[in-house]
Ligand binder design. Structure first.
Ligand code: COA
Length: 342
């Protein structure tokens, strides 16, 4: 039994915001942003677009790839074949209830699918993939899962902090994970073969949306001076992230008993190109091994890895049988990685 990614999709809002556009609003400049992060642009959703809108579009793209048929009836039929929808996000449509996965389930007409959200910061997609595989594996009646990472981070940007506001963008990526008869071990193994998931909650305050939860709810008649936003301790997150990336790559290689040469591509969470380069340097891994598209999209949190997988997949950057490693880190603090035989 194997858990194979059989299709991918992505959705990014059309409104592209360059570093120069940011400099018109905040005290920053293109040179600083590029040299400190590798970011050249980000895409921001318009005011009417929520997390589920981007997620729905990414899911549709994946379902169309799965069936090779973009007609509305084919999409409806494909949605009925889903047993599970897992959506990872830090910027869901609603606070706590209902889950955004349930909104997708309804809008796709995926009547046979259970649906739930996952909160694991920027590691959300990695957690989501492992969760979906576990849920498919434990029940013979389940065959197919839709796993989505989707974010509208522009809605929680702290515009008073130039160190963080330039980092984030909006987007969504999705994959269809299917339980197949292919082997999950041995030379012909396929699909998701290993994951490492971890957390260090002692760093929770380094990436946090303080207001609006049960710890610090809004009060009746309170006048809110600043909308809820993501507060970040950039230095602490940077240090954590470089170690998390390096340690997770090492742990996955050791657990598999392979060297880096066996890995076709590493798809890291796209938070900061410097984090990836520093971790790569520490391990002696050449930059070309890492797939980076941060220059165009900035940090889209849980969406960054599935967006990258979709871009690689559609551009022919992944061949059947390639060993792909995803590596993530983020709010929680969380970290993790998957090994996928494409
Ligand atoms: N434009 C211009 N200057 C800026 C700036 C901006 N957008 N943001 C910060 N600066 C300035 C600072 O004010 C500071 O100036 P000073 O030396 O005169 O005081 C200088 O740049 C250095 O700031 P510092 O915060 O030390 O920069 P840094 O090299 O640590 O880089 C981050 C900052 C945010 C890029 C880096 O810490 C980082 O990437 N952290 C991880 C963030 C992350 O990935 N978060 C999401 C995780 S999922």
């Amino acid at each position: 039994m194997a858990f194979e990614i059989i299709a991918t999709g992505k959705a990014v809002p059309p409104h592209r915001v360059t570093n120069d556009d940011m400099a018109a609003k905040v005290d920053t400049n293109d040179e600083w942003i590029r040299s400190h992060t590798g970011i050249g642009a980000r895409h921001f959703a318009d005011a009417d677009t929520a997390c589920s809108d981007l997620a729905l579009e990414a899911a549709k793209q994946a379902l169309i790839m799965m069936t090779g048929d973009d007609r509305e009836e084919a999409l409806k039929e494909a949605a009925l074949s889903l047993d599970m929808i897992v959506l990872a996000s830090a910027t869901t449509d609603y606070y706590g209830c209902p889950s955004t996965a349930c909104l997708i389930q309804d809008r796709l007409g995926a009547k046979n699918a259970a649906a739930m959200d996952i909160t694991a910061g920027c590691t959300g997609f990695i957690y989501g993939l492992e969760t979906a595989a576990g849920l498919l594996g434990i029940n013979p009646g389940r065959k197919r899962a839709l796993v989505i990472g989707s974010e509208i981070l522009s809605r929680v940007i702290d515009w008073s902090d130039r160190g963080s506001c330039v980092l984030f963008g909006d987007g969504s990526g999705a994959v269809i994970l299917e339980k197949t008869d292919a082997p999950s071990q041995g030379p012909d193994r396929r699909g998701l073969v290993r994951s490492i998931l971890g957390a260090d909650g002692s760093g929770a305050q380094h990436l946090v949306i303080h207001r609006g939860g049960s710890r610090d709810p809004y009060k009746t008649d309170e006048v809110v001076a600043v909308s809820p936003h993501l507060a970040m301790n950039g230095r602490a997150v940077y240090t954590f992230a470089v170690k998390a990336v390096a340690d997770t790559i090492t742990a996955l290689l050791e657990a598999e008993g392979i060297g880096i040469d066996s890995v076709a591509r590493i798809v890291p969470h796209q938070a900061n190109a410097r984090i990836v380069q520093a971790a790569g340097k520490r391990l002696g891994i050449p930059d070309e091994k890492f797939f980076l598209n941060i220059e165009e999209y900035a940090n889209t949190s849980a969406a960054s890895i599935p967006i990258a997988l979709d871009e690689l997949n559609r551009s022919g950057g992944l061949k059947k049988g390639d060993l792909v490693m995803t590596i993530g880190f983020g709010g929680g603090l969380t970290y993790g990685g998957n090994i996928i035989i494409w």
